[in-house]
Design a binder for this molecule. Structure first.
Ligand SMILES: C[S@@+](CC[C@H](N)C(=O)[O-])C[C@H]1O[C@@H](n2cnc3c(N)ncnc32)[C@H](O)[C@@H]1O
Length: 373
């Protein structure tokens, strides 16, 4: 994910700490992986309000920021898994298990054909849309049934859904994001096999235990919504963290698989990436070259009119959505006093496809600390 996690120990954490000292609530309006929302909620006694256009991002943030206690007793995990197991049709489960066991010895091309045939008529979203592509049939079956069997208890449900999204992200057979699955061919076949062999039950449990241990110091909220609309809820004394899109391709193209897991449903799918149609995916004006500047201008203007402070991060150079670090600094200066400019670096996987993991790139990012004029 294009997460800010690494930057938290590399300049961003310090910038947040300085600005938070003087603020009441903290907004993270483009929360993505939720890394910044989690960090602030765990470390500071402030209400955190995290939002994003994508539901998977909001579910990740909610897993921590909406809970104020650790969940030390993990027995609910066994009941959750038992409940999911009971839903799994025995014929499909048996065939999917046989295929999983053969993966180590069988050629991936043959296994992929068998996996796709098995999943094609199966009426659960992950199996149907991604089984035999991003996931093995058995992985898909667990993701679908665990999604349906999520506990009713609100905190267990939050943790469970966040854990499913984390495990789905860690096991997807794709290079860093889900724009396209690895193909079962000579070059990418070994990556596909390696991903399909990941133990999805272990990954979900590990993520659930890790999320359970984390919690906010003060209860926050995670909301699906447009940053420019949510900015109207900001008031004087709030701090708004802004990490707007820098890609000229809608983020939903990279994260549609996680969105399906978060929503528990999928519509029509097509193409090599097995995407839902673009009109069913969240679209962002920030990813349109003609709109990115005015829409960021509008956002900064509203936040400044409310009398709030802000921290903005953006790649230092030119980004593919038509904005550059310089544009972002110029726009910020129209409405705010720039307290501090920091430069940080982080790894990004967005845009990498052909070279798989090697496609991770080191980017230099600006961190602007803004206060009301
Ligand atoms: C650069 S990423 C944020 C990464 C995040 N800070 C992290 O640490 O993972 C930008 C995010 O903005 C979201 N987004 C795009 N347009 C948006 C909008 N108009 N309102 C809210 N969120 C939006 C995308 O879905 C994506 O998750």
């Amino acid at each position: 994910m294009g997460s800010k996690r690494s930057m938290l120990t590399n300049g961003l954490g310090d910038a947040l700490s300085q600005s938070i000292a003087e603020c009441n609530r903290v907004f993270d309006l483009f929360t993505g992986s939720g890394a910044v929302a989690w960090h602030v909620a765990q470390k500071y006694d402030r209400e955190v309000i995290a939002s994003d256009l994508q539901s998977y991002a909001v579910a990740l943030a909610a897993g921590v920021i909406e809970r104020t206690e650790p969940l030390a007793d993990h027995r609910w995990l066994d009941s959750w898994f038992d409940c999911a197991r009971e839903m799994q049709p025995s014929r499909f489960f048996q065939k999917a298990t046989n295929l999983q066991e053969k993966l180590e010895v069988e050629q991936i091309a043959g296994a992929a054909i068998e996996a796709r045939e098995l999943c094609a008529d199966f009426n659960l979203p992950v199996c149907f849309a991604y089984g035999g592509y991003y996931y093995s049939p058995l992985q898909s079956l667990w993701l679908d049934t665990l999604r349906i069997a999520l506990p009713k208890n609100a905190n267990q449900r939050r943790i469970g859904l966040a854990a499913l999204i984390i495990a789905a992200s860690q096991s997807a057979a794709a290079p860093g994001h889900t724009a396209q699955p690895f193909k079962p061919n000579e070059t990418a076949g070994r990556f596909l096999k390696e991903a399909w062999m990941r133990d999805i039950q272990f990954l979900v449990k590990r993520a659930a235990v890790s999320v359970s241990e984390k919690h906010a110091l003060k209860a926050g909220r995670a909301i699906v919504g447009d940053a420019n609309e949510l900015a109207n809820q900001v008031i004087e004394g709030d701090l708004v963290f802004l990490d707007p899109p820098y890609s000229g391709v809608h983020y939903s193209r990279f994260y549609h698989v996680l969105e399906t897991v978060a929503l528990g449903e999928v519509g029509e799918i097509s193409g090599n990436g097995r995407y839902p149609p673009s009109e069913e995916r969240p679209r962002s004006q920030y990813s349109l070259r003609t709109r990115s500047k005015p829409v960021l201008d509008g956002l900064l203007k509203v936040i400044s009119q409310k009398g709030a402070s802000a921290i903005v991060t953006f790649p230092a150079g030119a980004a593919s959505n038509g904005l550059s670090g310089e544009d972002v600094a110029d726009l910020s200066e129209r409405y705010f006093a720039i307290e501090e400019v920091k430069v940080s670096s982080r790894f990004s996987t967005l845009g990498g496809d052909k070279k798989h993991r090697e496609a991770r790139q080191n980017t230099t990012e600006l961190i602007l600390r803004l206060s009301p004029k």
